[in-house]
Design a protein. Structure first.
Length: 225
């Protein structure tokens, strides 16, 4: 059942719940077994269906991740459970040992203690939507001379590129890549991180081989979720 709710939370959760309230969960599952069925029965309009993976031959094609913030928060309503303060505190405690220390702060401290404090090169596997985004927070520490952000969602990359430019963070480069087939430079990065990304990758073994290939001998890989 999770996959059906996943579809609707990303597109129109209100319509889904109204349908369930009126017709029951069994009718919902029966009628929403696929996107085509959802369109056919009128639960979703055809215009609401957005491809989740862009055409690999067309980097400009639209992706649901071009509007990723909409999948987590609508106005003041938190769609995604991990945004709840109680959940965030629990996750911080699991990741950093402290409820009041987020993973970015913990990672920055770890980098300073174990790698160095200047002229580092980093790679973000996946692009997170935010103002500022995680890569901008990392760059503002002064630890990095260059940060590259790779993702398949061109619209999201364009959005984050503009925010970085507005902040005059010229050392951040946003690059369109399919992470299932990306070829990384050997021994190139001091730090590679992936925030909310790896569970979306189908060719995980290949991607991890590339990450290992691209990390310097003293480099670290940091993955969150």
């Amino acid at each position: 059942m999770l996959k059906y709710f996943k579809l609707f939370t990303r597109l129109n959760i209100g319509k889904a719940f109204l349908f369930i309230k009126s017709h029951g969960i069994k009718a919902f599952l029966k009628k929403a077994t696929s996107k085509l069925d959802a369109i056919r029965t009128g639960i979703l309009d055809e215009g609401q269906i957005t491809p989740q993976t862009p055409n690999e031959n067309d980097p400009s094609s639209e992706s649901i991740w071009d509007r990723s913030s909409e999948q987590y928060k609508r106005g003041n309503f938190k769609v995604y459970w991990e945004l709840l303060p109680e959940v965030a505190k629990y996750q911080y405690k699991c990741m950093t040992g402290r409820e009041d220390m987020d993973y970015l702060t913990y990672t920055i401290d770890f980098i300073k203690e174990n790698i160095g404090s200047k002229n580092l090169r980093a790679l973000s596997i996946g692009c997170s939507e935010g103002n500022p985004g995680p890569e901008m927070s990392f760059f503002r520490t002064g630890l990095f001379r260059k940060i590259e952000v790779m993702d398949i969602a061109e619209g999201l990359l364009k959005k984050q590129r503009k925010i970085a430019a507005d902040f005059e963070l010229n050392g951040i480069e946003y690059i369109w890549r399919d992470l299932n087939s990306v070829v990384l430079e050997k021994n190139a990065y001091d730090v590679i991180w992936a925030i909310g990304t790896v569970h979306h990758i189908s060719e995980l073994e290949y991607l991890f081989e590339q990450i290992n290939y691209a990390l310097k001998d003293h480099g670290i890989f940091d993955s969150v979720r």
